[in-house]
Ligand binder design. Structure first.
Ligand SMILES: CC(C)(COP(=O)(O)OP(=O)(O)OC[C@H]1O[C@@H](n2cnc3c(N)ncnc32)[C@H](O)[C@@H]1OP(=O)(O)O)[C@@H](O)C(=O)NCCC(=O)NCCS
Length: 171
C-alpha cells in the first residue's frame, strides 16, 4: 500500500532515482529548502513501507484567461487567475507503472479542490516533459500556449492545463 503525505524534514531523499537526473537532483537538494525555509512549494511523497517511491511538488501560481479553454474563458474576468502548479512529479524507477504516479496526481487534484474552496483555483497546470505529455493527457490535461516555468529545460516542456471543473471530487 502506498501512502501520500507531506515531505518531512527527516525524510531520506538521497537514494531516490526516477531516471531523470534533474528531477532527482531537485528532490535531493531543493525540495526541502523550498518547503521548509523558502515556502515556495510543498512536496508530497508517496511512501511504500518506509521507502519513498515518488513525489509531487506543488505551488500556487496564476494564469490568464488566454491560457484557458474557450468554453471557460468566456465566463472569466480579465485579470490574473489563481491556479495550482504541479511543478515536479516523479516516480522511482523500480516503482514506475504500478499506479504511483496516478495516486500522486489524484492527491494533487484534491489539493486543487481544497485550494478552490479556500482561496480560489481555476485549474491545475503542469510543465510536461516530452515523455510525460501522454501521461498527462490521460488525465484530461491539454496543452496551452503560455510558459509557466522551467525555462532552462531542454528540450522545452509542454505547458498543460486541466480546468478545476473537469477534476472529479473524491468524497
Ligand atoms: C511519468 C511518471 C510520473 C508516471 O508515473 P507512473 O507511476 O509510472 O505511472 P502510473 O503507473 O501511475 O500510470 C498511470 C497510467 O498512465 C499510464 N502511463 C504512465 N506513464 C506514461 C507515459 N509516459 N505515457 C503515457 N502513459 C503513461 C499508465 O499506463 C497508466 O495507465 P492505466 O491507468 O490505463 O493503467 C513516471 O513514469 C516518471 O516519474 N517518469 C520519469 C520522470 C518524469 O517524466 N516525470 C514527469 C515530469 S513532467
Amino acid at each position: 500500500m502506498v501512502e501520500i503525505r507531506v515531505l518531512r524534514t527527516d525524510d531520506k531523499r538521497d537514494d531516490f532515482r526516477s531516471g531523470d537526473i534533474e528531477l532527482d537532483r531537485f528532490f535531493q537538494k531543493f525540495a526541502g529548502q523550498n518547503q521548509f525555509r523558502l515556502h515556495i512549494g510543498t512536496t508530497y511523497v508517496a511512501v511504500r513501507e518506509t521507502e519513498i517511491v515518488g513525489f509531487a511538488t506543488v505551488s500556487a501560481t496564476s494564469i490568464t484567461i488566454e491560457d484557458l479553454p474557450i468554453s471557460i474563458k468566456r465566463r472569466m474576468p480579465n485579470y490574473p487567475l489563481p491556479a495550482l502548479r504541479l511543478a515536479r512529479l516523479a516516480v522511482a524507477e523500480a516503482a514506475q507503472g504500478q499506479g504511483v504516479g496516478k495516486q500522486l496526481l489524484k492527491a494533487v487534484f484534491q489539493i486543487a479542490h481544497e485550494m478552490a474552496d479556500r482561496t480560489g483555483c481555476v485549474a491545475v497546470v503542469a510543465d510536461a516533459k516530452p515523455d510525460a505529455v501522454e501521461f498527462y493527457k490521460r488525465f484530461g490535461f491539454q496543452p496551452f500556449e503560455a510558459v509557466v516555468g522551467a525555462l532552462a529545460d531542454r528540450p522545452p516542456p509542454t505547458p498543460m492545463l486541466l480546468p478545476i471543473g473537469s477534476i472529479p471530487r473524491v468524497t
